[in-house]
Design a protein around this ligand. Structure first.
Ligand code: ZN
Length: 137
């Protein structure tokens, strides 16, 4: 490998770094902000969480309701659950959802979409092109 090629490789490596850092930066999933009232739990920043994950609120809600085995609804920016749930429980579920349904298992990037093909839900990565079937929600 000549000196020139090596320099070019270095330049290329350098040019790739900021992009990766950026991708990581913008993927800080905010912790849930909650309050309970009577026998209900509210996630006040639910829409913000869904926007960060780039997923439809109704889909994440469906996942949470199934995992919590309760009922609830999305109302504006908030999610409302029947029952009392701690921040740590909700954050843990969102973390699991992110791992199973957002982050690409191959390259670790969050730039993914869920596609339904012949009854199978597939996590398609827009960064590396990987396609991984996931459990239907
Ligand atoms: Zn990927």
């Amino acid at each position: 490998m000549g000196e020139y090629d090596y320099e070019r490789l270095l330049d290329r490596a350098r040019s790739l770094v900021p992009e990766k850092l950026f991708a990581k930066d913008r993927f800080n999933v905010p912790p849930v902000s909650t309050f309970t009232e009577g026998n209900k739990t509210f996630i006040l920043n639910f829409k913000e969480v869904c926007d960060t994950l780039n997923r439809d609120p109704s889909q994440i809600m469906k996942y949470l309701l199934r995992e919590l085995a309760t009922s609830g609804l999305v109302q504006g920016n908030r999610a409302i659950f029947q029952g009392k749930f701690s921040d740590s429980t909700l954050n843990e579920l969102i973390k699991r959802y992110t791992k199973d349904y957002v982050t690409c298992p191959l390259c670790g990037q969050p730039d993914t979409v869920l596609k339904k093909e012949a009854r199978v839900t597939i996590l398609v990565c827009e960064a590396c092109g990987a396609r991984n079937p996931v459990r239907a929600i």
